[in-house]
Design a protein around this ligand. Sequence first.
Ligand SMILES: Cc1cc2nc3c(=O)[nH]c(=O)nc-3n(C[C@H](O)[C@H](O)[C@H](O)COP(=O)(O)OP(=O)(O)OC[C@H]3O[C@@H](n4cnc5c(N)ncnc54)[C@H](O)[C@@H]3O)c2cc1C
Length: 321
Amino acid sequence: MLLVILEHENGQLVEAAREALTFGRVLAEKMGEDLEAALIGRDDDDLVEAAGQYGAETVHTATHDLLTDYGPDAYGSVIAQMVESLDPDAVLSCGSDRGNEFMANAAARLDAPFVANCTDANPGDTWEMTRVQWGGSLLEDATLTADVPLLTCGLHAVAAEIGDEEDADAEEFDVDLDESVTITMVKDRVVQEAGVTLPTAPVVVGGGRGVGSEDGFGQLEELAALLGGRVGCSRAVTNLGWRPHADQVGQTGTRIAPEIYIASGISGAIQHWVGAMASKHILAINTDKEANMVTKADWAVIGDLHEVIPAIIAEVQSRKG
Ligand SMILES: Cc1cc2nc3c(=O)[nH]c(=O)nc-3n(C[C@H](O)[C@H](O)[C@H](O)COP(=O)(O)OP(=O)(O)OC[C@H]3O[C@@H](n4cnc5c(N)ncnc54)[C@H](O)[C@@H]3O)c2cc1C
């Protein structure tokens, strides 16, 4: 059996968990095994149903007073206990910050190897996998020999796709936890913003040093709002203090995967590109036709973004009536 550990937030499966179930469906088929899932800290019919839609046959639910919110030690301990008593053939989760954190914690407890951020995995006596390194700029082929392979799939390695929409059975899993797992726990949450977030926005309007100033981002905000999207930026921009780090796209920022990324005044350095390359389409606006972002984009407008963006805004407004 392949066991997929589900990451959830605010009573919903996160997109990366849906991707992990989609990745897991293919992997379970290659293994010739059933796909089962684990829900830690919730016993919730909606989440079990969602996991079933993505192909999980059984969902093991683990609840406990010490699992009311996320904690890497608590999660790691539950996963280790599940490995010991459910005896899965492999365990998979999503390569989000949390997914990699709790899987690494479980691996340490089990004294087992863990392979993070896989884009492909082929089971066998020795597993062969490909995984992303260095923020996505390097693909590494790895082999793994382990009693129970523990792995995560890279973010956006696959698009989340609903499976046969079968009902999943929920099975309670008894966990044994003590206070030692509460060293790091989420105690409080601050909601920073409402609406679409950068990693999930269908449209991202990105601005780089070419925007010229903090105020210059006003036009980008206007275009993003018109298209139901979000503003992103390069590290040059956060270094200059024009935008917060939360808006930064790239290796040391956020990975985005919008339907369209409008990259304006951004040269497309490799560290930026690795955060933007999962975009379905890219429109580059740049004065330099040789800029890396221009050569990689699906479409480019060579010109001053302070003329091009107002022209796009006017066109969208006139089409919207
Ligand atoms: C370890 C490390 C990690 C990093 N992580 C990241 C990261 O996560 N994200 C990131 O973005 N960078 C990151 N960087 C920095 C990265 O290498 C680049 O320096 C940065 O992305 C450049 O930002 P930029 O494209 O805005 O600026 P520039 O490279 O200066 O490009 C500005 C672009 O604007 C164009 N332009 C200028 N004026 C206009 C105008 N009026 N209209 C249209 N176009 C115009 C220019 O032709 C140019 O192409 C990292 C670097 C290191 C070393």
